[in-house]
Design a protein around this ligand. Structure first.
Ligand code: ARG
Ligand code: MN
Ligand code: MN
Ligand code: MN
Length: 301
């Protein structure tokens, strides 16, 4: 068993600093040793030098903030992830803000074109340059990856590798009006917290997989934004929203997907160790590590 861990210490997809320290703090907490204890051969790419890709000038373009910086970093990292995935390694990416999914999904779907994506998040992150209110690219990656963003001069490298019937959401509760229209129009299968309440997390994961992976034969990429968890569980994140997944619901998602044997890549995103008090940071990093271990099969008997 081998896992390739890719740290992406990047904050350019949103305005708050601190999220770039997510990867190093997860690693300092012992994540890599934990994987070794689970019997994994671990390689780690820290990408410490990505801030050198920040351009001198990066004006807002078609509503998006820092487009050149986000584009440059995610393009470089996507190649790294593509290579690791092509080598057959499980790729675990540690964010960084969720704009980094431009890199993870591009890399993973480059290697596994028939993969499906389970996006666990309070937010839908599918704003287009036209629909975004904030201009923060961490709210937009899925519009580029599905090809609905329209032409943007800085993101021409992003291929629309993700078909909308291979995308499903779990945990949504803060969706912009424009995003709701997109989700409805494209018929994207989305399970909000309302559905988690109604059906329970077991049924929700089952229904989500039935939609994107009906025969349970396609590779799965899980992109987990820690703000999907309730802020009482993962307080240290840039855009917390009340009413989220419990500790167990979050872990159940990772466990149930790992159990399929089809999970090829996972992202743990939006851990921001600069936010809230020491205890909140500890809790958030700890839960990030345990979600990652569950993705690698820790809880399977
Ligand atoms: N929908 C909002 C926006 O587009 C919030 C996005 C939050 N995304 C995230 N990855 N935390 O700005
Ligand atoms: Mn989010
Ligand atoms: Mn908005
Ligand atoms: Mn997100």
């Amino acid at each position: 068993k081998s896992v390739s861990v890719v740290g992406v210490p990047f904050n350019g997809g949103q305005p708050r600093t601190g999220v770039e320290e997510g990867p190093i703090r997860l690693v300092e907490f012992g994540l890599l040793n934990q994987f070794e204890e689970m019997g994994y051969e671990v390689e780690y790419e820290a990408n410490e030098d990505i801030t050198s890709l920040r351009p001198a000038e990066d004006p807002d373009t078609l509503n998006l903030k820092q487009p050149k910086y986000v584009s440059a970093v995610t393009e470089v990292v996507s190649k790294q992830i593509l290579k690791r995935a092509q080598e057959g390694k499980f790729v675990l990416t540690l964010g960084g803000d969720h704009s980094v999914a431009l890199a993870t999904v591009s890399g993973v779907f480059g290697a596994y074109p028939n993969a499906c994506l389970v996006w666990v998040d309070a937010h839908a992150d599918i704003n287009t340059p036209a629909s975004t209110d904030s201009g923060n690219i961490h709210g937009c990656p899925l519009s580029f990856l599905t090809g609905i963003a329209g032409d943007h001069p800085d993101f021409r490298w992003v291929q629309p590798l993700l078909k909308t019937n291979r995308l499903t959401y779990i945990g949504l509760r803060d969706i912009d009006e424009g995003e709701k229209a997109i989700i409805r129009k494209l018929g994207i299968k989305a399970f909000s917290m309302h559905h988690v309440d109604r059906y329970g997390i077991g049924q929700v994961v089952e229904m989500a997989l039935n939609h994107v992976n009906p025969d349970r034969d396609l590779p799965i990429h899980l992109s987990f934004d820690v703000d999907a968890l309730d802020p009482s569980v993962a307080p240290s994140t840039g855009t917390p929203v009340r009413g989220g997944l419990t500790f167990r619901e979050g872990h159940y998602i990772c466990e149930a997907i790992a159990e399929t044997g089809l999970l090829v890549a996972a992202d743990i995103m939006e851990v921001n160790p600069a936010l809230e008090d020491t205890n909140s940071v500890f809790q958030t990093i700890q839960v990030g590590c345990s979600l990652a271990r569950c993705c690698l099969g820790e809880s399977l008997l």
